[in-house]
Design a protein around this ligand. Structure first.
Ligand SMILES: C[S@@+](CC[C@H](N)C(=O)[O-])C[C@H]1O[C@@H](n2cnc3c(N)ncnc32)[C@H](O)[C@@H]1O
Length: 216
């Protein structure tokens, strides 16, 4: 797909007119129309602005398939489970705060090799989980099979994937720092909009500053 078609498709997905997009980018709506019809191309300096306005990565805007993070694909290539098989402690906190008295819907973002998603599924949650690493997803599916549980695992990139279903619990451990600053708000807005009333957002992030635990 060329860049004009991608702009057109993403703009329509967001339900905004050419004029609205033009206003956000400080260009004329004729410019947008020309890009979308392949008559001209946006300047290279405009690409980050367009990507941000359309909630996608520059890679996706240019029509490149989303790259896997080679770093993690390499880590996950071995037979062993790189992060081990012990669930994250936060999974126990989820169980305390929102016990599986019914199959609450859980989304695990950046699920890696699936240890947390499989643990929650084994404990009665209805789990959907994705990661940008193909290798991670393959191993996660294998883990679910070993444990005889069903988890909806799929490959997706948080930078351009927006959820449509509603969840009781949205969980993510060690992933959000990969979201570029200009996309963070739209990712958070999307997650908030799809968290059920009374639901939980359980996000564990790496930060580049001192961290103090607050006890209450
Ligand atoms: C520190 S690991 C944590 C894995 C898992 N949550 C766990 O705790 O075992 C970070 C994970 O984020 C995934 N990741 C990185 N960037 C991502 C993106 N843009 N979209 C989805 N997953 C991503 C990596 O492939 C990796 O599996």
């Amino acid at each position: 797909m060329n860049i004009g078609k991608i702009i057109s498709a993403k703009r329509k997905e967001l339900g905004i007119t050419q004029q609205v997009l033009a206003d956000r980018l400080h260009v004329s709506f004729q410019a947008i129309s020309k890009w979308e019809n392949g008559i001209s191309y946006p300047d290279i300096e405009t690409l980050p602005l367009i990507a941000s306005a359309l909630n996608i990565s520059i890679e996706s805007l240019l029509g490149y398939p989303t790259r896997s993070l080679t770093e993690y694909d390499n880590h996950y290539a071995g037979k062993e489970y790189y992060w081990g098989l012990e669930p994250n402690k936060l999974c126990y906190e989820i169980m305390q705060r929102k016990p599986p008295v019914k199959p609450h819907k859980v989304l695990d973002i950046g699920c890696g090799e699936g240890k947390d998603a499989v643990f929650l599924a084994k404990n009665g949650y209805d789990v959907t989980a994705f990661d940008v690493s193909d290798t991670g997803i393959q191993k996660a599916k294998a883990l679910a099979e070993i444990h005889g549980v069903t988890v909806d695992f799929f490959k997706a990139d948080i930078k351009d994937f927006r959820i449509e279903a509603d969840y009781d619990i949205i969980f993510s451990s060690g992933v959000f720092h990969y979201i570029p600053h200009n996309l963070r708000q739209s990712v958070i807005d999307n997650l908030k909009a799809h968290t059920k009333i009374g639901g939980l957002n359980v996000i564990n992030v790496f930060v580049g500053k001192s961290f103090y635990s607050i006890c209450s």
